[in-house]
Design a protein around this ligand. Structure first.
Ligand code: FES
Ligand SMILES: [Fe+2]
Length: 380
């Protein structure tokens, strides 16, 4: 008896495990981004902003979770709340920017919401026989904090923020980064990057490019693979790099932060610590469309940190960020060209990218979690 063995083509997931990257077309296809909004950003905890902007009753700030406009507000009883910032009348954004108000009033037709989200007044609604204000409050979303940082999740059934962070607060604290007690000192580098959000995240997740593309960063931090450590947890990944010794450093790194720390938290926000004064810079990457990513940096510093210290480290970070922007925009053009189907990772140095890509794959492929041998085509 004879038979012919038919090889099952490797699945995308198994190819990711072997070091292939996600298909190149996933980085510019609007349908992939639509699924990412539906299955990632509509369901995940995302950085909203500094808690101090919603500290007093009536104070609020606006932000986005994926494509969803959000308003975070401190209500009259002192409870922190967050709502979808979309008017139940015809969809205007209710609140703009940040500030302090007795109520949240939509600027289009003056529907007015209480700080608990309930609709308090709608001009001329008393002339309508069937108008029921009780049904027309702002839609609540989950909100939580970690020290001075606020997070929101559009999915009301999502597990708590702590299930995403897990051991990260303890691990950062063990390395000298205690978020509680840091003070917000402003937002910088608000920019639009001409690259898909996943390319921007993946660039954050490896320092293989540092000796080549970040000369001054590599003078400050030892980026040798034997010194620069990488680790992953369920929803987070971390990079730790010791400072270099010598007279040739781009700035004086004396201070409580002895080592650099770069943490990625699913799906799109990061904690960045450079050697020097106690601080953390939160850098966020938000998809605008399949080809563009909005980014900003929020700085939190130990109280009393001198302005010049903040300026020195912030501008050093901006210099590195400008180098990264050129890199990721070039990668976007390359992948968008269709010239290659996949990239190939060096897992010794780029395993955090693999970790991220598996999270993306599993989020988009709703049936994949219990099965790893699914022969579905790579197109989703
Ligand atoms: S859209 Fe808000 S009041 Fe009309
Ligand atoms: Fe970089």
């Amino acid at each position: 008896m004879s038979f012919v063995a038919v090889a099952t083509p490797p699945t995308l997931r198994s190819r990711l495990l072997d070091g292939a990257t996600l298909p190149a077309w996933w980085y510019s296809d609007p349908e992939v981004l639509r699924l990412e909004h539906e299955r990632i950003f509509n369901r995940s905890w995302q950085y909203a902003g500094p808690a101090e902007q919603a500290s007093a009753p009536g104070s609020f700030f606006t932000c986005r979770a994926g494509a969803t406009p959000i308003v975070v507000v401190r209500d009259r009883s002192g409870e922190l709340r967050a709502f979808v910032n979309v008017c139940r009348h015809r969809g205007h954004e209710v609140a703009q920017g940040c500030g302090q108000r007795e109520t949240l009033q939509c600027p289009y037709h003056a529907w007015t919401y209480d700080l608990d989200g309930s609709l308090r007044a709608a001009p001329r609604s008393e002339r309508e026989a069937t108008f029921d204000r009780a049904d027309l409050g702002l839609r609540p979303v989950l909100v939580d904090t970690w020290g001075p940082l606020v997070f929101v999740n559009p999915d009301g059934d999502a597990p708590p923020l702590g299930d995403v962070l897990r051991d990260l607060p303890r691990e950062t604290a063990e390395r000298g980064l205690e978020l509680v007690g840091l003070v917000y000192r402003g937002r910088s580098r608000e920019q639009i990057i001409d690259a898909n959000w996943k390319i921007v995240v993946e660039n954050f997740l490896e320092c293989y490019h540092c000796p080549v593309a970040h000369k001054s960063f590599s003078r400050l931090i030892d980026v040798d693979p034997d010194a620069y450590t990488l680790s992953t947890a369920r929803w987070t990944s971390s990079q730790y790099g010791p400072p270099q010794a010598g007279d040739d450093l781009p700035y004086d790194p004396a201070g409580d932060m002895r080592t650099s720390q770069f943490h990625f938290i699913w799906p799109n926000w990061t904690l960045n610590v450079l050697p020097g004064a106690a601080h953390v810079r939160v850098i966020v990457f938000q998809p605008l469309d399949a080809d563009r990513t909005a980014s900003f940096v929020d700085g939190f510093w130990a109280p009393e940190t001198p302005d010049e210290t903040i300026e020195k480290i912030t501008s050093f970070g901006a210099e590195v960020g400008a180098e990264d922007r050129e890199l990721v925009e070039s990668v976007h053009r390359g992948l968008r060209s269709g010239a290659i189907d996949h990239g190939r990772l060096l897992l010794g140095s780029e395993k955090l990218i693999q970790h991220f890509q598996l999270l993306v794959y599993d989020a988009l492929d709703e049936d994949s979690s219990p099965r790893t041998d699914d022969p579905r085509p790579t197109r989703i």
